[in-house]
Design a protein. Structure first.
Length: 341
């Protein structure tokens, strides 16, 4: 697992684990390895939800985390920790319904070691009811007692991201989340986070949050969508991108802010959806909120424009894909490596 010492440097990340897990899960180890200069706090949550949410509020009051990451049940809790930057991964916002649908009642075994040594716990009807009561407080920080938007609602909506695995068969709360928060993102992955979903889905969002907190302006690279294709142009989105292009995106996003540029095809409006779906499939999270449809590339203000078209008088340094200098994405990777930015 690659390390990112520049991210969350000197900051505190609070991780909120899922149902029947603990603060000693593989995700916690992954976070501590990826962010060696961050303080990753991951308490073992009490089984009773009222005790768990009370503990989390106390932890927040004590350490004031810079970012909170919650998964599954932990995502349900994290949503209610208002006033902080939060990332909810496959949040079980209706945890009681999830428990009932998947037989998470009776005697349960913890999936990871706990500091108290407890190995099993029992879920009865009263506990399920308690989970339902706590989960139904979701979104309460967005409204006042009389149902009006709270003064902090706009800021809260901006500070919360929801990540939803497209192969998650346990929880599906995308639509419910999106009714209240705009930053709802689908990623390639299952319910449990693994190295791939962390690196390609969670990490980009953590980078966005950290950049915003630090007022960090990374150099901007605009990437013409035609440069990603194996053949044809942006009108022929019927094949995967070149493997070298995917490799380049994964490498460049660590140092640059990437935007993907496609033509504004007013005569064929269906291609907007086709282009978005293609980027969702093959670029995924890095393309979310970073796709531009325009026929005026010369007006794009940034540092670099990688394209196979001929845009004159650009406001960015133009790198012509397919030219003698940049015949492939491998050549472009070498170029940006030499820049060392």
């Amino acid at each position: 697992m690659e390390q990112f010492p520049d991210l969350l440097n000197g900051k505190t990340l609070l991780y909120v684990h899922g149902f029947a897990s603990s603060g000693q899960s593989g995700t916690v180890k992954r976070l501590r390895n990826a962010f060696p200069n961050a303080n990753v706090i991951a308490p073992d949550l009490p089984v009773h939800p009222e005790e768990a949410i009370a503990l989390l509020h106390q932890v927040c009051a004590d350490v004031h985390p810079d970012i909170i990451l919650g998964t599954s049940m932990g995502g349900m809790y994290a949503e209610q920790l208002y006033g902080y930057d939060r990332i909810l991964t496959n949040p079980a916002l209706c945890i009681a319904d999830t428990m009932a649908a998947h037989g998470l009642t009776g005697t349960q075994t913890f999936q990871n070691p706990r500091q108290d040594g407890q190995q099993t716990f029992y879920v009865d009807k009263a506990l399920v009811k308690a989970y339902r009561t706590v989960s139904e407080r979701r979104f309460s920080g967005l409204t006042t007692a009389d149902g009006q938007p709270s003064p902090a609602a706009a800021d809260e909506r901006r500070r919360v991201y929801g990540l939803f695995g497209d192969a998650d068969t346990l929880v599906d709360t995308f639509d419910l989340f999106h009714q209240h928060y705009p930053n709802a993102i689908s990623f390639h992955g299952e319910h449990r986070m693994d190295d791939h979903s962390f690196m390609h889905s969670v990490l980009p969002v953590i980078r966005w949050v950290d950049d915003r907190q630090e007022h960090r302006d990374r150099p901007i690279i605009y990437i013409g969508i035609e440069t990603l294709l194996n053949h044809g142009g942006p009108m022929h989105l019927d094949t995967p991108p070149a493997s070298s292009a995917q490799k380049a995106v994964r490498q460049l996003i660590a140092r640059y802010q990437l935007f993907f540029v496609a033509p504004a095809l007013t005569a064929q409006p269906s291609l907007y959806a086709t282009t978005t779906a293609w980027l969702q499939q093959y670029v995924n999270v890095p393309a979310w909120g970073h796709t531009i449809f325009t026929n005026q590339r010369h007006l794009l203000y940034g540092d670099y424009l990688v394209e196979a078209l001929s845009t004159a008088d650009t406001l960015a340094t133009r790198l012509e894909f397919g030219s003698d200098t940049f015949k492939s994405w491998d050549d472009l990777i070498t170029y940006f490596d030499r820049l060392g930015l």
